[in-house]
Design a protein around this ligand. Sequence first.
Ligand SMILES: Nc1nc2c(ncn2[C@@H]2O[C@H](COP(=O)(O)OP(=O)(O)OP(=O)(O)O)[C@@H](O)[C@H]2O)c(=O)[nH]1
Length: 214
Amino acid sequence: MRSASKNTLLKVVILGDGGVGKSCLMNRFVSNQFDEHSFHTIGVEFLNKDIEIDGETYTLQIWDTAGQERFKSLRTPFYRGSDICILTYAIDDKTSFNNLEMWRTEFSYYADVKENNQIPFIVVGNKSDVIAEEREVSQLEMETWCNENGITSCIETSAKNASNVQEAFKMAVQHWLRLESRADKNETDINDTVDLTKKSGDNRMSCCVGSSDD
Ligand SMILES: Nc1nc2c(ncn2[C@@H]2O[C@H](COP(=O)(O)OP(=O)(O)OP(=O)(O)O)[C@@H](O)[C@H]2O)c(=O)[nH]1
């Protein structure tokens, strides 16, 4: 277990179909810039950015991955050791939404995650600035998918107009903190469990097991 001390370094991976706006989200968050003509990412790129939550500073090491299928072998080696996975789609692209399951499966496999609830997944529906006629995924559909898939954090963002971008990364860290404190509690519970099968050599337990072996 890692304690959330000052300057905790968290590895954050952003996944999703090509063109949903992963690079733009990272650049909006890190540099507050937006590129209307952003190029496809080849492999992976990463940037660091500090974020402060409840008086603690967290350094996010954000890995922006290439969403195109042909770059799969270049991006998957970087999933291992991730603390947070951001599953991204574009609200004007239903296919990218339908592919969230594929992205989660790919991440879990290559990051070697045993159970999906071990790692904080958050879902981000980007391009919330598009006009209503272009929207292909409703907020309700996003929330329903998350409920059905045990994901408790989701948010719509716009890298273009900077809507909810800071909030999305903050939400991701808060989700990580919740899982960490749950892991912490489980660890304490395990350590507090009295092992009634223990016999000799453990003075504390001798009164409970009734007789000693000697
Ligand atoms: N309207 C709108 N366009 C966006 C937004 N975010 C990104 N875009 C545009 O979408 C296109 C793709 O953005 P990228 O950030 O390169 O997408 P990506 O997911 O990193 O793509 P890959 O690198 O191929 O995986 C670019 O033309 C961006 O300008 C947004 O919030 N709103």
